[in-house]
Write a protein that binds this ligand. Sequence first.
Ligand code: ADP
Ligand code: MG
Length: 585
Amino acid sequence: MTVSHIQPIAALPREVVERIAAGEVIERPASVVRELIENALDAGATSVRVELREGGLGLIRVTDDGWGIPAEALELACQPHTTSKIAALADLDAIGSLGFRGEALASVCAVAEVEITSATDESGLAATITLAEGHVTAQGHTARSRGVTVTARALFAASPARLALLRGPRTETAQAFAVVRAYALIHPAVRFTFVADGALVFSTPGTMLAEAAQAIYGATIARTLLTIEDRPIGEGARLSGAIASRATHFANREHVTLAVNGRPVTNRALLSGLESGYRPLLRKGRHPLAVVALQVPAGALDATVHPMKATVLLRREREISAALREAIHETLGQAPLSVGQTIHDGASVYMARPVQLTLPKGRARWPGLRRTAPGTSADATDEAPEKTLPDLTPLAQFGNALILAQSPQDSLYLVDQHRAHERILYERLMQQRAALTDKTPEGAESATGQALLEPLLIELTSSQAAILAPRLPELRALGLDCQPFGGSAFLIRAVPHLTGASASPASFAEALAQEAAEEGDDWLGAVCVSLACRCAIRRGEELSLAQQRELLADLRGVSASSVCPHGSPLLLRYTQSALAHAFEW
Ligand code: ADP
Ligand code: MG
């Protein structure tokens, strides 16, 4: 924070008050928690403790070790529009603090009984103030170390309408938990402690993001985290964070934490940049675990639009979103394969303990099996995720659909033959496409096509034809030679040639052209997925051991060997210890 604690607390001038979005700041216990945490962070705290009782209706208490509020300013700080963070209109364009509206303490005092203790130095002397319905009821002294404690009791006791809108204590605690969790992840250098109804929920060490994530999510999830290295993304903006590998995913966005300049925010553009970075590694409807912190120059955002400051207007939103997608792509591209360690939905909304999804713990390795992995130490654990797909030896085919295979570490693999082949063909197509679009933008000279004996005439609707026409050069680059034939008719002369394909694209050339005529940004990607899917070995086909071996060898060469192009898993790994556990050996 660039706030200086030397600034006195003062009432904001009218023109500033009028510029700031007016509105309800305190909706529920979680809003109180958010405001008090922001005040603590603005005061340079290195430790923030949040305590809740009965979902916050019993008590909300936030304790920090920041620079404190001077005794003589305590009463003023609780008045509306009094702040030490900005003084004039011009300051609104360069806000370096989380707070600036000067409304939070006043709003909390209006709906709860509030007690504040504050010490501005280490003399041990602290001032106290108690307010009820916004009026001071007591003032005094007490002893404490530097910092501020704000305790709010009887929240909304005088506003039954507000109370009626609240959910049960469990849900309110969960909401507050989500708030504390977000700030703890975004400010890992600050120690955060969250206590609900007397039980410690989590406590972060005040070091790095990886450690904060471990304290909150547990070691199993933290191990799957990949660091997004801090990087400049133009015009003074920077991006950093950590994301879980595709092995960890959830049914909702609860575990996506986006921050702009230290504050958790919701922003559609950022969210879509993040999620498109994961595509197609995550199936539709699944959401990652991610913490992404964006730092932009103060002038590049307008935080004044939302009373709770949760929504921000970002300048260069598109560029920033694209940079985020790029960063996710790159980070996931280096991700280790975590087959058999898939983690999802283990976490209920509110966790009394950190999410701990323990994998079956095996006893001793099982002695009867050979171990051929060179350089594998005796105590190497087979629970560790593998960096790349190991060299798999096929054992048999099951149901003409799955290849059973063994790794040098004696893990058992089940490989879905269709999806594996689909992935291989898809990556081949993507390479072809990249090579050809590099060479000739027109792609007309593509040598990949396989000429049809008889050209195929297809008839599209006029809107399909309008979409398809400008895409023809790119389709030719893939090997699909499709030419206008008057009106909305087209003539297909050649189809893509895919080495190792199980079906000829000639059989579905028309369907392919139809798909290429569909709206969408990544239409070419969609065509490639469809092409790979239709040409891949089907489930139900019998494969010789040699064919199985070839498929597994090809699979080792792909970049994302654990999911098919649609994002579904294509292999399962059973470690020895998982088997030992299941059999109770
Ligand atoms: P704002 O944060 O928008 O300035 P608040 O109503 O939240 O408004 O707080 C009013 C003022 O009280 C702040 O500007 C700050 O000077 C002081 N203050 C509030 N909480 C703390 C705290 N935990 N530590 C130090 N100062 C605080
Ligand atoms: Mg504040």
